[in-house]
Design a binder for this molecule. Structure first.
Ligand code: CUA
Length: 313
């Protein structure tokens, strides 16, 4: 399993056929460039030493036009470029094959979070679940500006452009958590537009999808019930939805089953009761410029709202 606290790994840390094709192309290109670098740097060094000017040297022989030399130094780069072109075309065919069927899920980039919508009706944010070992097709959209979807261990990088949906394939060889991020500067909180791809065995994925598709159960504790009222009264409901209790709004992350997520604020905090409290109380201190306003909640109100969200696992 990929370390959830770590970075994105290296370009060689591939966990899917698509990412492997890209990693192989990278390695081959690096190898060719490495050989050229050593050859050129070595020859330059050799010539500087071997042919340096010595006292009393005459003017060296001047060569003007040398067909064989010119053909050689034109042909060699042509062969190298053609070879790299062939390798690139092969990697593209493997990592970027056009979709031949309906997408398995829709991912939408927003300033500054990711929405994932599934045919089952499940909607989640910043945590994209997929079945492991299967070819998954994502239809990628943007709700506002250009974002860029990239989970390096699983596949290629691809822009999410408003009004121009694109398709991307990802596949995870084995269950695990794979990091992703927005890779196109998209405004003040671009750096906190992280996501995780959670690959699970197909049976576990189906169970997750069915659980997420279900509506939230009504809050049980008194505090959570007060929180549910605050959720409606304090305008949370204008942007967020909790299916079954406060549906429809799509401007901000769907918070149905919010408690089941591992992070909040697109990766800026772990999703614990304490961190959720801090986030609800001071969103603009934690993620300055984000579209979550500070609602100036009292301590008790913040606690009630946090309890309400934490009771929707
Ligand atoms: Cu979205 Cu950068």
């Amino acid at each position: 399993m990929v370390d959830p606290s770590g970075g994105f790994g290296t370009p060689f840390d591939a966990h899917s056929p698509e990412a492997r094709a890209i990693a192989e192309l990278f390695t081959a290109t690096l190898g060719v460039c490495g050989v050229i670098f050593v050859l050129v740097a070595g020859l330059v060094t050799y010539c500087v030493v071997r042919f340096r000017a010595r006292p009393g040297d005459a003017e060296p022989v001047q060569i003007e036009g040398h067909k064989r030399l010119e053909i050689t130094w034109t042909l060699i780069p042509c062969v190298i470029v053609l070879g790299l072109f062939g390798l690139t075309a092969r990697a593209m065919a493997r990592s970027d094959a056009p979709p031949d069927r309906e997408p398995d899920l829709v991912v939408i980039g927003h300033q500054w979070w990711w929405e994932a919508r599934y045919p089952s009706g499940a909607v989640t944010a910043n945590e994209i679940h997929i079945p492991s070992g299967q070819d998954v097709i994502i239809r990628l959209e943007s709700a506002d500006v250009i974002h860029d979807f990239w989970a390096p261990a699983l596949g290629r990088k691809i822009d999410a452009t408003p009004g121009r949906p694109v398709f991307v394939r990802i596949q995870a060889d084995a269950p695990g958590v794979y990091h992703g991020a927005c890779a196109e500067y998209c405004g003040t909180q671009h750096a906190w537009m992280r996501f995780e791809v959670v690959a699970e065995e197909p049976a576990a994925f189906n169970a997750w999808s069915a659980r997420q598709a279900a509506a939230a159960s009504p809050p049980e504790s008194d505090s959570a019930r007060r929180g549910a009222r605050l959720f409606k009264d304090r305008t949370c409901v204008d942007c967020h939805s909790v299916r079954g209790l406060a549906p429809a709004a799509k401007a901000a992350p769907d918070l149905t089953h919010f408690a089941s997520r591992k992070t909040l604020g697109a990766g800026i905090l772990p999703n614990t009761a304490e961190d959720l409290y801090v986030w609800l109380k001071y969103p603009q201190s934690i993620k300055p410029g984000c579209h979550m306003p500070s609602l100036r909640l009292t301590d008790d109100e913040t606690q009630d709202l946090a309890n309400f969200l934490m009771e929707t696992p």
